[in-house]
Write a protein that binds this ligand. Structure first.
Ligand code: FAD
Ligand code: NAD
Length: 412
C-alpha cells in the first residue's frame, strides 16, 4: 500500500505564500510531503505594484503572474479557491464550493484587508487598492469617467481624490500624475479641467520619512498641480462627492481609499489569538499555542526583539517566508526551528515613474535615482521568486493586458 505523506497546506499565494511554496519546492525531497498552495486566483499579483495597475501605468503581465507557471507541478499542488473557514480540531481547510482539504501542517498567509474605520459610504463608493481585480476596476472606472465627461461635461468626473498620504496614497497620487495628462491627450480634454487631490487627516505626508524626503515630495506634487489637503479628514463618501470634516464637500466620482490596512477579515472567523485583527505568532512564526499552524505576512502580528510589531510590508512578508519555509521542513523532519529575525534593508516610495524618495542602507535618496532603486527592489523580488533567467524574462517580455477581460467594472 502507498505510504500516506504528511500534508502541508498553504493558504494565500501572495508574497508570503508563494515564497514559502518556492522554498519547500527546493528543500523537500520527493516523497517527503504533499504540499498544496490555495489561492483565490490562478495568478500571483505583485501587490507592491497595484497602484500602477489602478492608474493603468503598468501592463497586466508585469503585475499578475500565472501561478502554475511559477511552481513545479510534481512538487507543489495548486488549487484555485477561496478559503472561508478552517477547523483546527479536524485539521481541515474549507473552500467555497470545493469541499475541504485536510492538513497536517498549515500556513495561513491571506494578506491584508483595507481599513475603512466604519466611515459612511467608503465601502459603497470609494475604491480600494486591495487586489489585482480591485485595481483593474479602479482603472476601468477612471477610463469610464473620461468617456462620460465627453457626453455630460460633468467636471466631478475629472476630479480624482486619494484618501491618505501614507505610502500607498502618495504612490497612487504619483501614478495619477503620470496617467491623467496621458488620458487627457487620448480623450482630447484640456488637463486644466482635471483635479488630482490628496486628502490626509494628519498634518503630515509620508510620516515615516525625513524632512528632505517630505519636502521633495511636496515640491514634486506642487509642480504637478496636485492639491494636497493635510489636517483634513474624510468623514463621508457619497456617490458623487467626498465630505470633509471642515464642512466642505468636493464634487468627485473617484475616491481611492488608502488609509491603512488590517489583517484579512477571514482571520476573525477562525477563533485564533488576534491583536488588532492580526494573528499572534511566536518567534518561529507559529500561531501562538499551536505547533502545526504557521502564519506570516500582513495576516501575522509578529514582534521584533524590542517587542515592537513588524510592519505590514512585502519586505517583512518575504523575509518571514524565507524563515517559515525552512521551519515547516524542520517540523516535518523533527528538527529544531529557527527564530525569525527581521533585517530592515531600507524603504523606497515611488512618485510615478520618474521620481521617488527613499532610505536604503542608511542612504537618503530622492528623485530619479530613488525611482530607479524602486525598480531594483522589484527586480530583486523577481530574482528571489524565480532566479536570474526568470527575472530577465519577466522584465523583458512584451507588455500585454491579458487579464483585462476578467476584471469587474463599477461605473458611477
Ligand atoms: P498579499 O501579498 O496581500 O497576498 C495574499 C494572497 O492571499 C493574495 O494572493 C490573495 O488573493 C490570497 N487570499 C486572500 N484571501 C484568501 C482566501 N480567503 N482564500 C485563498 N486565498 C486568499 N511593501 C513593501 O515592502 N514595499 C513596497 O513598495 C510596497 N508597496 C505597496 C504598494 C501598494 C499599493 C500596497 C497596497 C502595498 C504595498 N506594500 C509594500 C505592502 C505589501 O504589498 C504587503 O505587505 C504584502 O503584499 C503582504 O504580503 P502577504 O503575502 O501577506 O499578502
Ligand atoms: P498608512 O497607515 O501608512 O497611511 C494611511 C494614511 O491615511 C495615514 O497617514 C492616515 O492619517 C490617513 N487617514 C486615515 N484615515 C483618514 C481619513 N478619514 N481621512 C484622511 N486621511 C486618513 O497606510 P498605507 O499607506 O495604506 O500603507 C499600508 C501598509 O503598506 C504600510 O505598512 C506601508 O508601510 C505599506 N506600504 C509600503 C510601501 C513602500 O514601502 N513603498 C508602499 C505602499 C504601502
Amino acid at each position: 500500500m502507498k505510504k500516506e505523506l504528511p500534508k502541508v497546506v498553504i493558504v494565500g499565494g501572495g508574497y508570503g505564500g508563494i515564497i514559502v511554496s518556492k522554498q519547500l519546492e527546493k528543500i523537500l525531497k520527493p516523497g517527503e510531503a504533499d504540499v498544496t498552495l490555495i489561492n483565490k486566483h490562478n495568478y500571483h499579483y505583485i501587490t507592491t505594484q497595484l497602484h500602477k495597475t489602478s492608474a493603468g501605468t503598468s501592463p497586466d503581465n508585469r503585475v499578475a503572474l500565472n501561478i502554475p507557471d511559477l511552481l513545479q507541478k510534481n512538487k507543489i499542488n495548486f488549487v484555485k479557491g477561496t478559503v472561508y473557514d478552517i477547523d483546527f480540531e479536524e485539521k481541515r481547510v474549507y473552500l467555497d464550493h470545493q469541499g475541504a482539504l485536510e492538513y497536517d501542517y498549515l500556513l495561513i498567509a491571506p494578506g491584508f484587508d483595507v481599513n475603512t474605520f466604519g466611515i459612511p459610504g467608503v465601502d459603497e463608493y470609494a475604491f480600494k487598492i486591495r487586489s489585482f481585480r480591485n485595481s483593474k476596476s479602479i482603472h476601468h472606472h477612471i477610463i469610464h469617467q473620461f468617456k462620460s465627461f465627453k457626453e455630460d461635461h460633468d467636471l466631478s468626473r475629472l476630479t480624482f481624490a486619494v484618501a491618505g498620504a501614507g505610502f500607498t496614497g502618495i504612490e497612487m497620487i504619483g501614478e495619477l500624475v503620470d496617467a491623467i495628462p496621458r488620458l487627457c491627450r487620448e480623450f482630447d480634454i484640456p488637463v486644466h479641467k482635471t483635479r488630482i487631490i490628496n486628502i490626509e487627516a494628519t498634518d503630515a505626508i509620508l510620516p515615516f520619512f525625513d524632512k528632505k524626503a517630505i519636502d521633495f515630495t511636496k515640491n514634486y506634487l506642487k509642480k504637478h498641480d496636485v492639491e494636497v489637503m493635510t489636517s483634513t479628514k474624510i468623514v463621508e463618501c457619497k456617490r458623487d462627492s467626498v465630505v470633509l470634516d471642515n464642512g466642505y464637500s468636493i464634487p468627485c466620482r473617484t475616491l481611492i481609499w488608502s488609509c491603512g490596512v488590517r489583517g484579512n477579515r477571514l482571520l476573525e472567523k477562525l477563533n485564533l489569538p488576534l491583536v488588532r485583527g492580526k494573528v499572534e505568532v511566536d518567534e518561529y512564526l507559529r500561531v501562538k499555542g499551536m505547533e502545526d499552524v504557521f502564519c506570516i505576512g500582513d495576516a501575522a502580528h509578529s514582534l521584533d526583539r524590542d517587542g515592537r510589531p513588524h510592519g505590514a510590508t512585502a519586505q517583512v512578508a518575504i523575509q518571514q517566508a524565507q524563515t517559515c519555509g525552512p521551519n515547516i521542513a524542520a517540523v516535518l523532519r523533527g528538527q529544531p526551528l529557527k527564530p525569525f529575525v527581521y533585517k530592515h534593508k531600507g524603504t523606497v516610495a515611488s512618485i510615478g515613474s520618474r521620481a521617488g524618495v527613499g532610505n536604503v542602507f542608511g542612504l537618503k535618496i530622492t528623485g530619479l535615482f530613488a525611482s530607479f532603486m524602486k525598480q531594483i527592489v522589484e527586480a530583486r523580488y523577481l530574482f528571489i521568486l524565480g532566479g536570474p533567467f526568470f527575472m530577465t524574462k519577466q522584465m523583458l517580455k512584451p507588455a500585454s493586458n491579458v487579464f483585462m477581460e476578467t476584471a469587474p467594472t463599477r461605473n458611477k
